[in-house]
Design a protein around this ligand. Structure first.
Ligand SMILES: O=C1O[C@H](COP(=O)(O)O)[C@@H](O)[C@H](O)[C@H]1O
Length: 260
């Protein structure tokens, strides 16, 4: 697993714009190298702002959106179209605004989906979809995603992996149902850390002072059971993209500005 790089931007809007530019660059480079690209999307404030900035940036036309596979790191287990679903936010911010191939938009099942109100079965269904998409060169039950975007909560959760949850000990399953999440809604579906860590690149996005403690813990020697964001690591690259407020508790040597 890779050692995190930290990039600090002046505020939440510069952070979203810079992250969006990096997303476009990453997708273009991967498509140039191997034809298609895969990205894991996140919900949350800054995660959705980044998707909106991608949609609104002129560079978006450099990406062949029909050759991008979209996956999700977690989902709130609610009916299709519910405004609280991460999928709904991602569709409004980006997916409805670019020519994505519907067959490559791999939304997590909804509570009115084929498994009804059964998040465990829905999690198994998503795990099976990931397994089918994995190729021999991925060496595992999920694709080695080209990019995995993650938000982080003030409590240091990533995806829907909250501190102390049994799912944080998971070594086999790639997707789990989450019940009793401390942040509403209580029922969710989430990738596990082994699935996240299969990604080539993992980027953690954090904006605002309420994230500063979680960011510090995630970068300075914490374990992922107590601090799930400490487990957010990619195979070849891990980047923490922060605004100044989210970086305020980092030591000076870690919190250099991304640009002068
Ligand atoms: O509930 C969730 O929260 C996190 C962080 O959201 P934020 O609004 O505090 O940035 C998000 O990454 C995750 O996908 C989501 O389900």
């Amino acid at each position: 697993m890779s050692t995190p790089t930290v990039l600090v931007y002046k505020g939440s809007e510069p952070l979203a714009r810079a992250a969006a530019a990096r997303v476009v660059t990453r997708l273009v480079e991967v498509q140039a190298a191997k034809g298609s690209a895969s990205v894991v999307l996140t919900g949350g404030g800054v995660g959705t702002a980044v998707l909106r900035a991608v949609a609104e940036g002129t560079a978006r036309s450099a990406v062949d959106w029909s050759r991008v596979d979209f996956w999700w790191g977690d989902e709130r287990f609610l009916p299709t179209g519910d405004p609280e679903r991460n999928e709904t936010g991602a569709r409004e911010a980006l997916l409805d605004r670019v020519p994505a191939d519907p067959a490559r938009v791999h939304a997590m099942p909804a509570a009115d989906g084929p498994d009804g109100d059964d998040p465990e079965r829905a999690a198994e269904r998503y795990a099976a979809e990931l397994r089918r998409a994995a190729r021999p060169e991925d060496h595992g039950p999920v694709p080695s995603f080209d990019l995995c975007l993650l938000g982080v909560g003030p409590d240091s959760h990533v995806a829907s992996l909250f501190p102390g949850m049994p799912a944080l000990y998971e070594t086999e399953r790639t997707v789990v149902a989450v019940r009793g999440a401390p942040k509403p809604p209580p029922t969710r579906i989430s990738l596990t850390l082994p699935a996240i860590q299969a990604a080539q690149q993992v980027w953690v996005l954090a904006s605002g002072a309420e994230k500063a403690r979680a960011v510090r813990l995630a970068l300075l020697e914490s374990g992922p059971v107590q601090v799930p964001a400490a487990g957010a690591r990619g195979r070849s690259q891990t980047a923490f993209l922060l605004d100044e407020e989210a970086a305020r508790f980092l030591p000076r040597e870690l919190s250099r500005p991304a640009s002068p």
